[in-house]
Write a protein that binds this ligand. Structure first.
Ligand code: FMN
Length: 344
């Protein structure tokens, strides 16, 4: 029996070997960058537990990012990454800050990584990770020198694309073998991670489960909302009129999401009555959520704030230390493998 368990553990390690080697970690588990949430404490906790934490730079100015990296390095001597948003006006400066601080892996999110940033990361000796929302882009990124990809399904929390991980994985994993591909979106249990590793993924990225961890600095209201919520409560934002696009963001339904619909309807009426031109109406819709994630995560306003969460929120049943979450995922995958070994 003991041998069987050891064998299953070895099999799970072998499936993670490529991703872990790429990240420089024990396990091929990445903590997805989450604005306001993925700061020094959570990032260091994930890396110290054998995973790979990623700082979310978000809209931080360069000086703040520099401090956050140094503070994280003070809490862990294990590898971690930094996630930069491509439309940040100081992207090039942020890349240089990461390189100077010896950050080994830079994730470029929020669009196609611009050529100069790709070259700067590569010339600086860091590894570049990008999000591929479709196979054509995955192939293009591979050619442009990206070192690894994350494919994030629409089950994920935060800004999402239209395609589920189930489909993205089938579209991309069989065709991209030259670089590691990490899967993300809706992952909450070890058996699911195991399944994607067996399909060819190098590892998995999780956000929601870590946002509700003990080490996460998110407000108790935010974490408790995760514990209470079911998968069906984490829905994408709704766009009322195709002339006024809304970037889809998955989060828990609350008063804020209801007011957003009302706000769109009122703005539309003002546009139709000629009280607002198209640009002003679009801006008014875009500005509705300004500061709303911070309000929910830091201030604990889970009624009107933006409570970004993946469908995986249904698998958050308590607030646990990061190491316990990782151990649980590991145990679930290993148990599934052991059951299969003993049956075969
Ligand atoms: C509260 C929250 C904030 C997020 N912020 C970001 C972000 O700033 N940048 C980013 O690339 N992804 C962001 N994400 C996505 C995560 O990095 C990760 O890919 C996603 O959470 C995976 O899906 P899961 O939540 O079902 O595990 C965010 C997710 C959540 C839940």
């Amino acid at each position: 029996m003991l041998n069987m368990a050891h064998q299953a553990e070895a099999e799970f390690s072998a499936l993670q070997a490529r991703g872990a080697a790429f990240l420089g970690t024990e396990l091929a588990i990445m903590g997805g960058a989450m604005s306001w949430v993925s700061e020094r404490h959570l990032v260091a906790a994930i890396s110290n537990a054998g995973g790979f934490g990623v700082i979310a730079c978000g809209a931080m100015p360069p000086e703040l990012l520099e401090k956050e990296i140094a503070a994280t390095q003070a809490l862990t001597d294990k590898p971690f990454g930094v996630n930069l948003i491509t439309m940040h006006p100081k992207l090039d400066e942020l890349v240089q800050i990461c390189l100077r601080a010896n950050v080994g892996h830079i994730v470029l999110a929020g669009g196609i990584p611009p050529g100069p940033a790709v070259r700067a990361v590569k010339d600086g000796g860091a590894r570049l990770i990008a999000f591929a929302p479709a196979l054509v882009l995955a192939k293009r990124f591979l050619k442009s020198g990206v070192d690894a990809l994350v494919i994030e399904g629409s089950e994920a929390g935060g800004h999402i694309g239209p395609v589920s991980l189930t489909v993205l994985a089938q579209e991309i994993l069989p065709h991209i073998r030259d670089i590691p591909v990490f899967v993300a979106g809706g992952l909450g249990r070890g058996e699911a991670i195991l399944g994607y590793l067996e399909m060819g993924a190098a590892g998995a990225q999780l956000g929601t489960r870590f946002a509700a961890s003990t080490e996460s600095i998110a407000h108790a209201n935010f974490k408790n909302a995760f514990v209470k919520a079911n998968a069906r409560d984490a829905l994408p934002s709704i766009q009322l009129d195709e002339r006024f696009p809304v970037i889809p963001v998955r989060g828990l339904v609350n008063e804020g999401t209801k007011s957003f619909l009302k706000h769109q309807a009122e703005t539309l009426q003002k546009f139709q009555a000629g009280e607002l031109d198209k640009t002003a109406a679009q801006l008014s819709i875009e500005h509705f959520w300004a500061g709303a994630l911070r309000r929910a995560v830091i201030d604990g306003d889970v009624e009107t704030g933006s409570v970004m969460a993946g469908q995986s929120v249904g698998m958050v049943t308590s607030i646990q230390p990061v190491a316990a979450i990782i151990a649980e995922l590991n145990a679930q995958a290993v148990a599934a493998l052991a059951a299969r070994d003993s049956a075969g």
